[in-house]
Design a protein around this ligand. Sequence first.
Ligand code: IVH
Length: 671
Amino acid sequence: MKPSLEQEARKLQKELTDHSHRYHVMDDPIISDGEYDRLLARLVEIETRYPELSVADSPTKRVGAPPLAAFESAAHSIPMLSLDNAFGDEDVKAFHERNIKNLDFDKIFYTAEPKLDGVAVELTYENGMLTRATTRGDGFMGEVITENVRTIPSVPLRLQKTQAGVPELLEVRGEIIITHKDFERLNKTRLEKGEAVFANPRNAAAGSLRQLDSRITATRPLRIFVYGVGQVVGMAFETQAGMLAALKNFGFPVNEHIQTHISLKEVLDFYRRLAEIRSNLDYEIDGMVIKVDRLDLQQALGEKIKSPRWAIAYKFAAVQATTLIQDIIVQVGRTGTLTPVAILEPVNVGGVMVSRATLHNADEIRRKDIRVGDTALVVRAGDVIPKVVKIIESARKGNERPFEMPDTCPVCNSRVRRVEDEAAVKCINIACRAQLTERIKHFVSKKGFDMDGLGKKIVDQLVNEGLLSSFADLFTLDRQRLSELDRQAEKSAANLIAAIEGSKQISFSRFIFALGIDHTGENAARLLARQFETLDALMGADKQQLENIHGMGETTAAAVVRFFENQENRTILQQILAAGVMIHNDLFAKKIDATHPLSGKTLVLTGTLETLTRNDAKKHLEALGAKVTSSVSARTDFLVAGRDAGSKLKKAQDLGVVILDEAQLIGILHD
Ligand code: IVH
């Protein structure tokens, strides 16, 4: 290799990194897109020919890497907390007063930042190089999505050198977003390709980051804004403002609408200004985050279990509008649940056209007395599906029609059943086409068998033509029949068969997820794969064994048992395996975080908890690999006693079980 080639590669790597930073971070490009592409193509050519000239932070590394089998999870060295909400100026004033009282100091200044509505991530830089990226997860544990984050052009792969040098370790936190403009374009292309459109930019960002194949992520228009740090070694910041300035110097995009070192009054003024410019911004913000500026004061104020005392989110009021309910239709989901949906006269709610809103169930409709022909108040908050809050009674003319939940399934006409203790009405005909179609869509979806090209339309078509009557039929579809289907060209039939063939090697957790067992999503599927090595082992498990799994609830355990008891399900599973599906299980016996003092321990929670809800405490504990049970026995390691703890406390004392109060529990959770 000519030495000049090495020089050329280094020069291109540096120049392309600078141009990309100018374009994606500073919004100030100095060369055309075409010129950039030409330089990049040249660098790709050199690096392909001489791979030894490539480096970890080369701009060519942003195209994605070969797919992963599953995401690993990792603990955050410092928990990624959430924020308490303020809904009015009084709440912000109370926050300020509390800070003054707690600090015994009244010269407190704040930084106020837009609250970006995207996906929170943490980026780890070791000696200046991006080495890991994780999702926020439950705040304690997140998923490792390094390869995906590497593809985002505004994320520096290497920190820019500053006068202060580069810290040994820097964990940067920020929000990954998609702009409205990019979102529209993305959905337009998806629509053209017959793919499902995303509901909103945040879902699109989250979905794009959850791809096991980072080459797909690379095609999505993701961006980042950073707003904080986790652990930092080898550098210290004094204020939030100083930290943001340093992050900017390292090459990160920091939002431009940030006010630093401002008084309470200025904070409140800035909130109104931000609310005004909100609709002009090309990205979604759902409020403002107010942070005590001095980091030593932040530290002195400290944290509660879920949120810091030094920051608060001042939310914008949910966007709402009134419109006409033209009709109420009933949809049948994968598990047979009938969901009433309001068909609305299309209305613009905070910049988004809304034409449907879920009505949840018949009880909800009765409670709110929603009728066809009513004028309704509709809200849209964040990523939530639009909701009918209430109807405007004064707008009634008298010709509105009350809604009756049908006695029969709108798809298969069989009688529906009301589930005991639940508001849901279900179609229990397992042969119902609506369920079958939905179940198959779930089975072939990205997180399941991931059969590329088997989109909604084709599944509908295959079910309607009678070519699919169970999951197992997917594996025996023949090319001849497929290519005879309308619009189904021979080439795409071949592609489909190849995708189905390619999906036959599958991880156990995806396999379980794909089955669409009630209450069994990705998490439960992973828990099951951790516990049972093979499908046979899982099928042989009884309810008690399932309930004993850390993190597995009773409802899920019961649903799993019910699923495998069903003879028809067993037959379908046999057929799937006979068709050559091979399940592999790398999760088996993989521990969550065996180093935490509560990992593997059994706890009972009793009495009233003040800071945490019981459910949250349970979730945190289970994320650490602890088990929460309801009755005290000799096998209980700890009893957490809240206010007014009664007989369980007594029993634990009798048995000599270690007793913790809530503060102690929180202390250990933070360890
Ligand atoms: S600070 C402990 N700053 O809001 C401090 N968060 O409810 C928490 N978010 O998960 C983070 N914009 O995803 C902070 N400027 C901003 C933010 C922001 C959006 C999100 C973030 C976090 C959530 C907390």
